[in-house]
Design a protein around this ligand. Structure first.
Ligand SMILES: [Zn+2]
Length: 180
């Protein structure tokens, strides 16, 4: 993995951001099995059919989720990302094969772990929802720090998802990677 082409590197960076976006917008859905305009937009962009209203809540419960869109939708989105890449950039895909093969299983597992944590009550400031919305943009990164374990941790270098706080290296941009 030490010497990959520039095209493959760029591709990994882009994938990292997309995977983070998928995980984050899926996790923000409440209650478990729910959806949101942002999540529907994500599904639509990847042409993934949302689960029917009549089964999505049961599916999420069965998977042990306390929040978030059903894990099978998330899995389909991740798989679609990879499938699209195979069509668009077959040469890069060949170069990145072992890396790409890990993406769906590991982030499926990561998502399930995060989605099985009960959502914390939102502690908005006294200004109510409007003030909260205004403050959200600048507070977001801090909140993610505080609630670290319930949100997707992003690599500060590329925005790709990290598996845990202890995970010092980034698979997507290679930051923090020690030479072995
Ligand atoms: Zn990174």
């Amino acid at each position: 993995m030490a010497h990959i082409s520039e095209a493959a590197h760029q591709c990994r960076l882009e994938l990292g951001r997309k995977v983070s976006d998928i995980l984050e917008s899926a996790l923000a859905c409440e209650p478990a099995g729910g959806t949101s305009p942002q999540w529907l937009y994500t599904l639509n962009g990847l042409q993934v059919e949302p689960l029917d209203q009549s089964v999505r809540y049961d599916e999420a419960k069965k998977a042990g989720q306390e929040k978030g869109a059903p894990v099978c939708e998330v899995e389909k989105c991740l798989q679609t990302l990879i499938d699209n890449l195979k069509l668009q950039a077959p040469v890069v895909v060949e170069e990145l094969t072992p890396f790409l093969e890990r993406i769906v299983p590991r982030h499926r597992e990561q998502y399930l772990a995060l989605a099985s944590i009960s959502p914390k009550p939102k502690a908005g400031p006294s200004g109510g929802m409007f003030a909260f919305a205004l403050a959200t943009a600048e507070k977001k990164s801090k909140e993610q720090e505080y609630q670290g374990s319930t949100y997707v941790l992003r690599c500060p270098g590329c925005g790709g998802p990290r598996m845990s706080d202890a995970d010092l290296s980034c698979e997507y941009c290679g930051e923090g990677k020690t030479t072995s």
